[in-house]
Design a binder for this molecule. Structure first.
Ligand code: UD1
Length: 417
């Protein structure tokens, strides 16, 4: 297995370009299942999760071609409405084929995702919403089997804000008979990007980006041509890294309006974050001040940046309280950070982080995607050598991360297995 080796202590300077958002690319690609014809999507990042969705769509009969960051999906013939356990277990977001398949093909068989490193993460709300729209759903041998002649529009209230749940049901409702209202819907920019793509296909969606989405069903959708928004989590990761290393980095091809919560916290911690054309310039300062963080669904502080922020707080001056409210078990990185000298105490869903003068490089292990990013950030400021194993997690969600950091002056390289 590959490893990433970092010698810490380098100040990051220069510019970095942000790739397309993984969490927008995945649902947008599955939206192609809703309409026959050739769909064209631009700014698709080259990530393992994107490869997994390509495999999944191909296994269903779609024809997928990639040319640079553009992908074409011909969804004329979908003859196998199934997402197998092998694919779903490597990527939970495979559940995003459920809504489109039931809506267009009238049936779907999708493996239940099961647990993952950051918690139980059930999909009960996806299933309940499809049932409310008239689908018959059975759970058999670890699979969700759903059938519906044609889904019916209705009002759905999500007990918990769910991003892929909102996306799945928004896609399904596009081809339903009548009007669907999604209440307590996720407001993430990726949901808005997907809604824009669907409207480009002829769907009638309004309210995306608020907590109530209205979808007036139509009889058929046509092929889409669309561009994926920049990855706000990748951008946030580079912002934190820039400030943490007391560097000066221009982060380009990103949309700072998607990062208000993060930028506010970074400024409070002493960083300068200045909007520039097509991005932001982030400058760190001598004294890194501690700030408290509480994760929330958008527009709150993203849970996907909690681990990276914790690495930053591990070397800030003072005490920081980091509260995770979205997932129940998203502190797996803490024990690894402590092996590097971080001073962190866990109290339920809160981590009390007391900043230390220095972290020390150590062999560490990635446990999930964002935890891996936090360990890389810690390695960038640690004294000596950090050796990160299980880097396949990072390849799921960050494009060419070591090349991008290396171009900013970090001493980081990958050792191939
Ligand atoms: C998405 C993102 C992920 C991010 C997360 C929260 C994608 C592909 N992934 O994941 O990067 O960390 O949003 O911002 O977009 N829940 C239920 N029942 C359900 C669905 C969810 O109880 O049916 C719970 C989950 O266990 C979790 C919370 O709701 O505690 C939010 O999860 P959700 O928004 O669904 O996460 P994902 O969509 O899987």
């Amino acid at each position: 297995m590959d490893k990433i080796i970092i010698h810490g202590g380098k100040r990051l300077t220069g510019e970095v370009r942000i790739s397309g958002a993984k969490n927008a690319a995945l649902p947008i690609m599955t939206a192609s299942l809703l309409g026959a014809g050739v769909h064209t999507f631009h700014n698709i990042p080259n990530l393992v999760d994107v490869q997994t969705i390509k495999k999944l769509l191909s296994s269903m009969g779609a024809k997928v071609d990639t040319e640079g960051t553009t992908i074409r999906i011909n969804a004329d013939h979908i003859d196998h409405c199934e997402a197998s356990y092998d694919l779903v277990k490597t990527m939970r977001a495979s559940i995003l084929v459920l809504g489109p398949l039931v809506a267009r093909m009238g049936k779907a068989r999708v493996s239940l995702p099961g647990g993952c490193a950051i918690g139980a993460r059930p999909v009960n709300l996806h299933i309940k919403a499809l049932q409310a729209m008239g689908a018959v759903v059975d759970l058999k041998e670890g699979y969700i089997e759903a059938r519906a002649k044609r889904l019916k529009g209705t009002t759905i209230y999500f007990d918990i804000v769910t991003v892929t749940g909102t996306e799945n049901i928004m896609m399904a409702a596009c081809l339903a008979r009548g009007t669907t209202f999604l209440k307590n819907a996720a407001q993430e920019p990726e949901v808005v990007n997907l809604a824009e793509v669907l409207n480009g296909m002829g769907a009638r969606i309004s309210g995306a980006g608020t907590d109530v989405i209205r979808i007036d069903g139509v009889d058929a959708l046509s092929p889409a041509e669309a561009t994926v928004i920049p990855d706000r989590i990748e951008a946030g990761t580079f912002m934190i890294a820039a400030g943490m290393t007391q560097g000066d980095v221009r982060i380009l091809d990103c949309n700072p309006r998607h990062l208000d919560a993060v930028i506010t916290k970074l400024r409070d911690s002493g960083m300068d974050v200045i909007p520039i054309e097509n991005g932001v310039r982030v400058t760190g300062c001598e004294t890194r001040k501690s700030v408290d963080i509480k994760t929330h669904p958008y527009p709150g502080f993203a849970t996907d940046l909690q681990a990276q922020m914790m690495s930053y707080m591990a070397v800030a001056g003072g005490l920081s309280v980091i509260t995770e409210t979205v997932f129940e078990n998203r502190f797996m990185h803490i024990s690894e950070l402590m092996r590097m000298g971080a001073d962190i105490v866990i109290e339920g869903n809160r981590a009390i982080v007391k900043g230390v003068d220095h972290l020390r490089g150590a062999p560490v292990m990635a446990t999930d995607l964002r935890a891996s990013a936090s360990l890389i950030l810690a390695g960038l400021v640690a004294e000596g050598k950090t050796e990160l194993s299980r880097v396949y997690h990072i390849d799921r969600g960050y494009e060419a991360i070591e090349q991008k950091f290396s171009a900013l002056g970090a001493d980081i390289r990958r050792i191939k297995a």
